[in-house]
Design a protein. Structure first.
Length: 535
């Protein structure tokens, strides 16, 4: 049916590939169903050996389910692997799973473990018990910072403290069956995310001090804010193809794009993690290869209704939240914050590239109505403090919003923190800006950011109505049917004034000539086993 929809122009190729491969169809078969060949890999052009140096933040490592940024996943991906990999073309690729099957109503998943994957500390082969152990950890909603719990709600018991009875079933050494408490189409997309790195049964700790995994590299150096180094592990037989390099270095140059350009010109790095703003054109000018990915990556300027300011909770009042949105012109934020290198968004965090996106029209811009709402709420003289990180596009976007609020007559001050300070408390600021990564499905981002009580809920939204709509949407596999509920969700978020979400970012990555496998990814992932140097 979906292949016919592609042929009729009713479904994009990317949406088809995402839907088909999420249900267990191989990428090769999925491409064939729409009359295309699967893209060829460039491995035949790679010369084995060598070193690649990557500009990227090196942040403190955590226990994987509490990872909070893609940079952590990029480093550990050399030795900690994932059940499934999400590719830039929208396909889901089996990794530590050899295959999976999903029943018709998405209440049961059968996961077939890949044979031959072994742990690098000599404890033996990856088994179903290891996989079950990870799912059990992911279901622990009482574990502070465990964002995987929000992704596993359909497997959790009633109080969210762990899996429901019988939800995670070890069928045999190489098979796990997931028996969900309700339909959920997001399980496979969820296990591709960077907090879903697979650790062995019984392990719980710090990947930096105990880097046990199934991957082809070993971690030989990790200094926060400075450098992380992976080296090919000669003593560990790896199951996969690739891992061409002898050494991969992640070097932290901070958030200033000028420092990244200087490092490139001094031949200190071979590729960037991400290139933003005016530095995209500068890297073009110095002759580096450019890669762009269409993405649902974005910035959210949000209030936290639970946060106190001078003994009060100013953002509990929906009129105050809606006023901030009405006083903000999203087009101006896209222009001044991200140099128009993206597309306009609509203050509800569902992207046109999400299969279930519903077009409810642009966000309203009406500064006079904003001031009237604040006067009605008795908050016209309240000074808002807008907090952001000290970098390029997030700082610039926040500056632009503050300027528009002032133009409307709304008092606002700006506070800018370095990354090390900002990320320590990012979810608790009363009023701040946060960047959010791409997810393949709109319902995924809704569950991560806005479901009641989840680890990454930075707005304080706690709504039974919203949660109920989200459960209903997550149970529907057909995106066209799901769209009707998503429209209600989008309208709810906008009418509630939950967020100002002005634009979607195109992501850019640059690499020097001769580097292979450095293409930009919608979630800024770096699949280290595909990196290599041209022969």
């Amino acid at each position: 049916m979906h292949a016919e929809e592609v042929a009729k122009g009713q479904l994009s190729r990317r949406e088809f590939l995402t839907r088909a491969t999420a249900l267990g169809v191989t990428a090769t078969t999925a491409y064939g169903l729409i009359g295309l060949q699967s893209p060829a890999r460039a491995a035949q052009h790679i010369q084995p050996g060598g070193t690649i140096r990557i500009q990227q933040d090196v942040r403190a490592l955590l226990d994987p389910p509490t990872f909070n940024w893609p940079q952590l996943g990029n480093v550990v991906r050399g030795f900690l692997e994932y059940l499934v990999q999400y590719n830039a073309d929208g396909t889901f690729e089996p990794r530590l799973l050899e295959s999976w099957e999903v029943n018709e109503d998405a209440t049961q998943y059968i996961l077939n473990i890949r044979p031959g994957a072994t742990w690098n500390d000599g404890r033996g082969e990856l088994t179903a018990q290891d996989v079950a152990y990870n799912f059990t950890r992911w279901c622990d909603g009482n574990w502070e910072g465990n964002s995987m719990a929000s992704r596993m709600s359909a497997l959790q018991n009633e109080d969210g403290s762990g899996p429901a009875d019988g939800a995670i079933e070890v069928v045999d050494d190489m098979t796990v069956r997931l028996n969900l408490t309700r339909p959920d189409i997001t399980i496979i997309p969820a296990v591709t995310e960077y907090p879903a790195a697979i650790v062995p049964d019984g392990w719980s700790g710090d990947p930096a001090s105990d880097p046990v995994g199934t991957g082809p590299y070993r971690l030989v150096e990790y200094e926060v804010g400075v450098r992380a180094v992976l080296e090919k592990d000669p003593d560990h037989p790896w199951w996969g193809e690739g891992a061409y390099l002898d050494r991969i270095e992640f070097i932290d140059y901070g958030t200033d794009g000028a420092a990244h350009v200087a490092a490139a010109e001094a031949e200190e790095i071979d590729m960037t993690y991400e290139t933003v703003g005016e530095y995209v054109e500068i890297f073009q000018a110095i002759g580096w290869n450019e890669s762009e990915s269409v993405s649902a990556n974005t910035i959210v300027l949000r209030t936290n209704r639970e946060a106190e300011v001078n003994g009060m909770r100013p953002y509990e009042d929906a009129r105050v939240r809606r006023a901030l949105a009405l006083a903000t012109n999203n087009q101006v934020l896209l222009e001044l914050g991200y140099a128009n290198r993206g597309t306009l968004a609509e203050n509800h965090h569902v992207c046109p590239i999400h299969p279930e996106y519903a077009d409810i029209g642009p966000a309203e811009y009406d500064p006079e109505a904003a001031v009237a709402l604040l006067e009605e709420a008795g908050m016209a003289d309240f000074e808002h403090e807008l907090i952001s990180i000290d970098d390029d596009w997030r700082r610039n976007t926040s500056d632009a919003m503050a300027a528009q609020l002032r133009d409307a007559g709304i008092p606002v001050s700006r506070t800018i923190y370095p990354g090390s300070t900002f990320w320590n408390d990012w979810a608790n600021f009363p009023f701040s800006s946060t960047d959010w990564g791409h997810r393949p499905l709109g319902v995924q981002i809704m569950a991560l950011a806005y479901r009641t009580g989840v680890a990454w809920n930075e707005t304080g939204l706690a709504s039974e109505e919203f949660d109920s709509m989200l459960d209903e949407a997550s149970a529907i596999a057909d995106a066209d049917e799901r769209r009707a509920i998503m429209q209600r969700i989008e309208e709810f978020l906008r009418e509630d004034g939950t967020i100002v979400q002005p634009y979607w970012r195109s992501l850019f990555r640059h690499s020097r000539p001769g580097v292979i496998g450095a293409e930009s990814h919608p979630i800024n992932e770096i699949h280290v086993h595909t990196l290599g140097l041209e022969g």
